[in-house]
Design a protein around this ligand. Structure first.
Ligand code: 10D
Ligand code: SF4
Length: 311
């Protein structure tokens, strides 16, 4: 007889401090000013979160032209360019900035070093809103690199004052490889004092690495647009564990779990715990008999709310 199936839960998983804060900003803005509250881009890349806020009166837009005069507008956790900030100010919107403070930290570093004459190489994924926001801190002088092959293509105007910045949600291992290639080509390049990849990204990837040693299959709760969630599934796959992302429990396929004794379960930084609970119920319906929580780092990071939304 086959061994009974068990679910092993990654620790930590799910919401990070930046996501908690961003959602709370929209909820508090709705409570204080009433619907509608406009939000530029999905507040975080999660379908459930976005639909929940829509049902409470949030309106998600990509272009500020869609926002009526006098409206309250929230910038998503991924951050915005200087041009978007300036346009929102010029049009007189009542703005709350839900940019994660760890993304803002990268923006501040770019602005500071640019004043000292630096040019930048940014490691990140083209078209991702965080990359657009960070690159949009300057009019020019930030060169995007997506992979090791891209390092050879970069053509900075000078190499004496060159600094590197990254997207916060990259694969830690891929970023280290790209960084090594950048260092090999530009040995004097200035690196951030503390890496830009954030604590939550690092911790969730470390937890998946640990869990991958124990399981036969990995399920990652997260939306397809979520960069950090995709990195978790990709990491487990690289470690030889078949891995699947689900936006919600109904997407889980019974065939993925067939013959698998130990099922790893984690969630991206934008995926709420309630969705993990639904997936647990679904896996139990399919035959799992036990749930075991892995040991892991307990996160205590909490970011303050913006002025005007504190109690
Ligand atoms: O795509 P992503 O991983 O950057 O964003 P997501 O909204 O899924 O998770 C929160 C991460 C943010 C806001 C970027 F730091
Ligand atoms: Fe902030 Fe990191 Fe969460 Fe992004 S993943 S919102 S940088 S804490």
């Amino acid at each position: 007889m086959a061994a009974p199936q068990e679910i092993l839960l990654a620790e930590p998983r799910g919401f990070c401090a930046g996501v908690d804060r961003a959602i709370e900003i929209v909820e508090r803005a709705l409570a204080r000013f009433g619907a509608p509250i406009y939000v530029r881009h999905e507040i975080v890349h999660n379908t459930f979160v976005v639909n929940d806020l829509k049902s409470k009166g949030a309106i998600f837009i990509e272009d500020l032209d869609e926002v009526p005069p006098g409206a309250t507008l929230v910038f998503s956790a991924h951050g915005v360019s200087k041009a978007v900030q300036a346009e929102a100010a010029a049009r007189g919107f009542h703005v709350f900035d839900a940019t994660c403070p760890l993304v803002s930290k990268v923006h501040i570093e770019v602005a500071k070093l640019a004043r000292e004459g630096y040019e930048f190489i940014m490691i990140g994924h083209k078209g991702h809103p965080e990359v657009e926001g960070t690159m949009g801190q300057l009019d020019h002088g930030i060169h995007l690199v997506e992979d090791v092959a891209g390092v050879a293509q970069v053509q900075p105007g000078q190499t004496e004052r060159l600094a590197v910045v990254t997207q916060t949600t990259l694969s830690v291992d891929d970023a280290a490889e790209i960084m090594a290639a950048i260092k090999a080509r530009f040995p004097a390049i200035r690196q951030p004092k503390q890496q830009d990849i954030c604590y939550a990204t690092q911790n969730r990837q470390d937890a998946v690495k640990m869990l991958s040693r124990e399981v036969d299959v990995m399920i990652v709760v997260g939306s397809p647009t979520s960069s950090n969630s995709n990195r978790l599934a990709e990491l487990a796959r690289k470690l030889g564990v078949p891995s699947y992302m689900v936006d919600h429990a109904d997407e889980l396929k019974a065939e993925w779990l067939q013959g698998k004794t130990r099922v790893g379960l984690t969630a991206g930084a934008s995926a709420p715990e309630v969705l993990v609970e639904h997936v647990i119920e679904r896996i139990k319906e399919l035959g799992a008999v036990a749930v075991r929580k892995m040991d892991g780092i307990v996160e205590t990071v909490k970011f303050p709310l913006p002025k005007g939304l504190k109690q």
